[in-house]
Design a protein around this ligand. Structure first.
Ligand code: MG
Length: 233
């Protein structure tokens, strides 16, 4: 049976919102700066995008910080990894939030409904602040946003979910975690003793090597009813 949630944690990207490749575009803006400073392109636009996506994937996996990724991008283009490039990238990304970030259908209303039910809410994301905080605000979330960059650990690590549970101050067995990623969100939360809810808003096949998710929703709007139908533990 599904226990009544005392608290719910959320993933951000493709769970509360989409950001339309905001960071990739911020990198492309930085590319213009690097070239204006005398740097050299490494190839065609697809080649540049491939390099950007590889750096972002490294950062999201915890292999490097976003500032280090920017520094590597600068050196790839024949420029020194000057701190001003990281500062410029961060400022550009933050400026883009209002235009690029679109809340998922039902996100704003669902968060409000859950708050009204007295359920503690927080966000846990593999990313960096204040970017993830600003993105969450666009989806109507103004509470605690934990990021891997600040925690020093990534989902699906149990330490990341332990940090979330500490913020929410609820027992793990009564803490739901809602996310779209079967590995980082669903399997990660389950391994940490939380109650995972898989958001399958994009009709993705579930990885066959993972145990099928016990709770699946197609829209965030299903969450308040799922919580109301849960049983006291
Ligand atoms: Mg996600």
């Amino acid at each position: 049976m599904l226990p009544v949630p005392a608290a719910i944690g959320f993933d951000i990207d493709h769970t509360l919102l989409v950001d339309n490749k905001l960071e990739r575009v911020a990198f492309l803006h930085l590319l213009g700066t690097l070239l204006a400073d005398g740097g050299a392109a490494i190839g065609s636009l697809p080649v540049e995008i491939e390099a950007i996506d590889a750096l972002l994937a490294r950062q999201r996996s915890g292999a490097c910080s976003i500032d280090a990724a920017v520094g590597q991008f600068a050196t790839l283009h024949g420029r020194a990894a000057e701190p001003r490039y990281a500062a410029s990238f961060r400022a550009t990304a933050l400026r883009m939030v209002d235009d690029f970030v679109i809340p998922l259908p039902g996100a704003v209303d669902t968060l409000a409904a859950l708050r009204e039910c007295g359920i503690a809410l927080a966000v846990l994301s593999n990313g960096w602040n204040p970017l993830q905080q600003r993105k969450a605000e666009r989806a109507g979330f103004h509470g605690v946003v934990l990021t891997s960059a600040e925690l020093g650990v990534q989902k699906p690590s149990q330490a990341a979910f332990a940090a979330l549970v500490e913020v929410l101050q609820a027992p793990p067995a009564r803490t739901w975690y809602v996310g779209d990623d079967p590995y980082n969100d669903v399997a990660g939360a389950a391994a940490a003793g939380l109650v995972p809810v898989w958001l399958d808003a994009e009709a993705q096949p579930y990885p066959p090597e993972l145990a099928p998710p016990a709770r699946r929703i197609e829209s965030l709007s299903e969450l308040p009813m799922l919580a109301a139908a849960a049983v006291p533990s």
